[in-house]
Design a protein around this ligand. Structure first.
Ligand SMILES: C[S@@+](CC[C@H](N)C(=O)[O-])C[C@H]1O[C@@H](n2cnc3c(N)ncnc32)[C@H](O)[C@@H]1O
Length: 302
């Protein structure tokens, strides 16, 4: 795998800057550590860019008004293509536990003794270990909705490792559960994950082409749709996502930084989706929306 590592130290970058980095072309991953308020960032890209392009892309759009800060940053760039850093990261992956679940990697399978729903999850090459706030927000939302209604059909847009579909299958034993993703590796990984959890007959994952805009064949409307994808994609897909929700059904959206919430809410309000709940974790927010039936529509319903 081709991989370039960009290492630098600076004051803490704001959420906007981190979001820009995560949306760079060829972005793979970011990690940081802190000591005495100095942050050491490591950014992994799968293509080389010059230091100047890298810094300009972060600083010109992030609202960071510190030309001096940019000047002070020294970047160390290394080609680490020979190193399987995903595997190295995978070795560090510790079990994650919250709500009704414990998620653990393949290498922990013998040692997990908890009574909770144990989910064996390999997320070495697909997003969704359970540790990220956007995933946790979705799982909290799913638990919240479980207390309100029974779900018979569930759609997971941007299914990654398959984690959200797997959790849904634990809450709603008879529901039809579908996951879609534009990334082939994620689809392969999520299918392996459901096999390892004996859920192969319960969940179906399909590769989706970004341009088909959710026009897949198997089902047209769902009681609950969940989408944990970046805000720009949520906005682009809004009118297609709305069509996938049954009347009085629910939509959970995640992948939203708190400063992006207003934009997303105004976009989805155009489709009679009413805000039901907000779940904040770190600087991320997950929202639950309900597709309300309008009064003049409901009187014609059986
Ligand atoms: C943040 S991950 C979420 C993974 C998992 N659902 C979770 O909550 O941990 C986003 C996933 O969405 C996929 N994705 C990005 N844009 C998409 C789109 N337009 N349609 C479907 N999937 C998309 C990515 O490939 C990635 O697997």
């Amino acid at each position: 795998m081709i991989c370039w590592l960009f290492e630098f130290e600076t004051k803490k970058l704001n959420d906007k800057a981190i979001n820009i980095i995560e949306n760079l072309n060829n972005f793979q991953a970011i990690s940081y550590s802190e000591s005495n308020s100095i942050f050491e960032y490591k950014v992994y890209l799968n293509r080389y860019v010059t230091e100047e392009i890298f810094l300009n892309s972060i600083f010109s759009n992030s609202g960071i008004d510190n030309y001096n800060l940019k000047k002070k940053i020294k970047i160390k760039v290394s080609n680490i293509s020979g190193i399987d850093w995903l595997h190295e990261n995978f070795k560090l992956f510790m079990p994650v536990e919250y709500n009704d679940f414990i998620f653990y990697g393949d290498h922990f399978k013998e040692r997990i003794k908890y009574k909770k729903n144990k989910i064996r999850l390999n997320s070495s090459d697909a997003f969704g270990s359970g540790a990220h706030p956007t995933t946790e927000g979705c799982i909290k939302a799913i638990k919240f909705i479980n207390k309100k209604i029974k779900i018979n059909s569930f759609l997971d847009i941007g299914s990654g490792s398959g984690i959200l579909s797997i959790c849904a299958s634990k809450y709603w034993k008879n529901a039809q559960i579908y996951g879609v993703d534009i990334d082939k590796t994620s689809i392969i990984r999520s299918r392996l994950n459901i096999k390892n959890n004996n859920l192969k007959s319960r969940i179906r994952f399909e590769l989706m082409h970004p341009k088909t805009s959710l026009n897949f064949k198997y089902k047209s409307e769902f009681d609950l749709v969940v989408a944990n994808i970046i805000t720009s994609q949520l906005s682009l897909l809004a009118r297609y996502i709305e069509k996938k929700i049954k009347k009085n059904g629910y939509l959970v959206l995640s992948g939203i930084l708190d400063y992006q919430l207003k934009i997303i809410l105004s976009k989805f309000r155009n489709f009679n989706l009413i805000l039901n709940k907000k779940i904040y974790i770190s600087s991320w927010v997950t929202i639950i929306l309900k597709k309300e039936v309008k009064y003049n529509e409901s009187k014609y319903l059986p």
